[in-house]
Design a binder for this molecule. Structure first.
Ligand SMILES: [Zn+2]
Length: 65
């Protein structure tokens, strides 16, 4: 019964089992994994932004020609 209180989760980054209770970085196991995930998410945002910027450039080019 005591075990059910101690919920374990799997860190989405490194797949290590982590305690849910008292874990400030959940669902991650550590600050590092949280940062890695944030970084990945950020990179994806960047890529989308980059592509739209490129698209705007193409339009400008088209107008010039
Ligand atoms: Zn981890």
């Amino acid at each position: 019964m005591d075990n059910s209180l101690k919920k374990k989760i799997k860190c989405p980054v490194c797949k290590k089992p982590v305690d849910w209770e008292g874990n400030p970085y959940r669902p991650f196991c550590s600050r590092e994994c949280k940062l890695v995930d944030l970084y990945n998410w950020f990179n994806e945002e960047y890529r989308i932004k980059d592509e739209s910027e490129e698209y705007v450039g193409e339009v400008e080019d088209g107008r010039e020609v």
